[in-house]
Ligand binder design. Sequence first.
Ligand SMILES: [Mg+2]
Length: 405
Amino acid sequence: MNDFSNRRKFLSTLGLGVVGAAASRPFTAMDDSRNASLTKLGSKEIKITAVKTYKVPRAIIIKVETNIGVTGWGESSPNSRPVIEAFIHDRLKKLVMGRDPFDVEPLWDELFWKQHDLGPSGALPYAIAGIDLALWDIKGKVLNQPVYKLLGGKYRDEILAYGGIPLRGGQVPVDEAVERALKLVELGFKVIKLRMQIREYNLDPIPDPTLKYYTAVRKALPGQVEVFVDPNEGYTAARAIQVGKELEQMGMKYFESPCPLENHRDTAEVVNALGIPVLVGEKCYTRWQVRDLILEANPDIIQPDVIKAGGITEMKKIAAIGQAFFKSMALHNTKPTLGTAAALHVVASISNAGPFLEFVELDTYQQILSVFDNQIEFKDGKLQVPQMAGLGLVMNEKKLEKLAG
Ligand SMILES: [Mg+2]
């Protein structure tokens, strides 16, 4: 039996087959492939029949329905939920209706390139991410496999998580910062990040707020707990190098987003001057932005966010660009349910996962956590890769609808 007939036989045992042959297409073809082959389940072709959105506190959830009764759930970054919702309903929904949910690559290209003029950064890749996650959830559920298996298999079962403390450019009392750090340690976190949020208020502030927080928090926590600083792009190169070197001497092991993303040359100077790894990239939303970041700023670790950077499909490409330059990837991640599940499937399936994954204090997300019948496991400071089919979270639709109002 040749390879092709073996494959056909394998697919038929899964109840899956591929109808017709996919015509070869030029590199950026955006022709209407609505009539191209659809994946079959038994004798039935699988099609997308509805796209719905749910605005809930601190999150926006995307539902993609199919004609075979399998439903996928995704999440977009919720910075302005109405904008993301409008983007999906006005621009993206019509492009996926009637299409094959297994066609994640051609669909991603269409969703991105047909709306490219509206801005390749921000709302567009956020909105695409929500749909893309739902498509992967569908694929996993139809094939009865966790998503990481469809992404190439797993390198790891778990990853260290870090918790962040927002410090509003230095307006949070130091005692409060210490208290919050102690609470994160009590919750099991073994790595803590001080989010300085300097750029939102200032650039190169005088006096500089960073060292007093680092000193106080470092002193209050057990030695085995890592503490590192994210100035949130609040420094020019000279100040970042000055503060970064002092922190390095005090034992800090990582330094995140020291300079504005709009000036990669400043970041490159910081990377060259410091001996500790510099992490950058939470606002790089596509493979092209990450390529430019690496070529121009050369950070040690890249930090894309799966619900901002176009979803799982784009994250695999970003990971590959990281691999080409031997950069590891420590995902930015601020949502505890579908966003974290998707991040974990990516982290499981890439060779260059970084030292940790961002996670949140669950207390502040009780409402969104309550709409799922199960939760992602967080134990001993580590997040466990979900093992159920799809993204691995079970949606309670009644609770979701009630919460969305
Ligand atoms: Mg950051």
